[in-house]
Structure formats: structure tokens, C-alpha cells
Design a binder for this molecule. Sequence first.
Ligand code: PLP
Length: 217
Amino acid sequence: MVKDKLAFIQNQIPGTVTLVAVSKTQTVSAIQDAYDFGQRVFGENKVQELADKYTLLPKDIKWHVIGHLQTNKVKYIAPFVTLIHSVDSLKLLQEINKQALNNERIIDCLLQFHIAQEETKFGLSIEEAQEFLDSIDFALLKNVRIVGIMGMASFTSDSNQVRGEFKTLKSIYDQLKSDYFSAENSFKEISMGMSGDFQLAIEEGSTIVRVGSSIFN
Ligand SMILES: *Cc1c(COP(=O)(O)O)cnc(C)c1O
């Protein structure tokens, strides 16, 4: 039962950490079950699937985009998305800004960093992030707000490896906070931790965990 698994996960997460129930590939009725049990924050990684679920499910759900986002798809989610975890280029951020403006909104975003060993995972390096945070193009964006950072650890059973990657993400956060966002109280989020590693992530300073299979499968 979704609600028993959800309760089991919620009990392991401190009240200060946000649980994103990752509902990609799950049915509307499974999501409704989690909703009925009180869950309000859900994460999806495909724009079309997210847009469909948005129309079918209660409107007080906070929808997070957690996967790679193509610029040409931003317009479909801009009217309602709560948080985009996966900003990995200035070009994408500029498009989010444009669509946010069209919808008369300010959209909250996280910068995604590459911390895993695998080559295939998306994300910025610290140097790339510094370059775009220093740019005039970034300073001109008034309809996006960077509220923190996100990363995915390597797929490995080596918990020392995973812990080290979470420590790296935390240190990137601390550096950006002091260099760029020390005056912004809203820059406070570190999205790290999934079903297999969220306890470790919380020990290392996570403020948002993204848990899917442990809740729904
Ligand atoms: C699927 C996914 C998750 C959830 O993974 P589980 O192992 O099912 O908890 C978290 N973050 C991202 C970016 C994902 O794509």
C-alpha cells in the first residue's frame, strides 16, 4: 500500500527536510492515494506526463521537475510548476525566465551539479556555474529565483563514495552561498538523496529528498 510505504519514509525524515514523492511512471490513482494520505509535493521528469497529471489531479499539489528539461518544453509547465531542480545551462534559465514572464510568475529553480562518477549524468561544474552567475545575462533575469542546488550521487553500493559526493555538493552549496547568495534568505535548498541513499544525504545536509521507488513500487 502506498500509504504504508509513505508513512514509513516520512517517519525517517526530519520535519525540516522536504519529501518529494517521485511519481514518474506512476498512475494518477497511485498519486491520488499518496495525496489522500497528506503528501502534497510530487516530482516528475517528463513534461508531457507532468502536464497530463497536473490537469487530472488536485490543484494544490506542488509539482517539481526533477529531470533534464529541454528548452522547447518549458512553456508547458511554466504556468504551474513549483520548483525546477534541473537547471544546467544559462540558455535553459533564460527560457524559464521568458516563460515565467509570459505567465506573470517568478519560478524557483535549483542549479544541478554533476557530482557522480558516471559520465552520462547532467549537471554543471562549479566553474560553469560561476561563469554564468558572474554574467550580465544572468543579472538581467528577473522572473527566476535560484533557491539552491541539486545533485545525484553515483549508482553504487559503496556508501563512502556516495557520502563523499554528497559532501562535495554541500561544499559547492556553501561556496555559492557565501560568494553569490549571502544576502538571499531564499537560497537555502540542497536537493540530494533518493530511495537508496536519502538517510546518508540527510546526514550530509540535504534539505530536499526525492524518493520514488520506496514509496510507489
Ligand atoms: C527517478 C528519480 C528519483 C527517484 O529515484 P528512486 O530511486 O526511485 O527513489 C530521484 N531523482 C531523480 C532525478 C530521478 O530521476
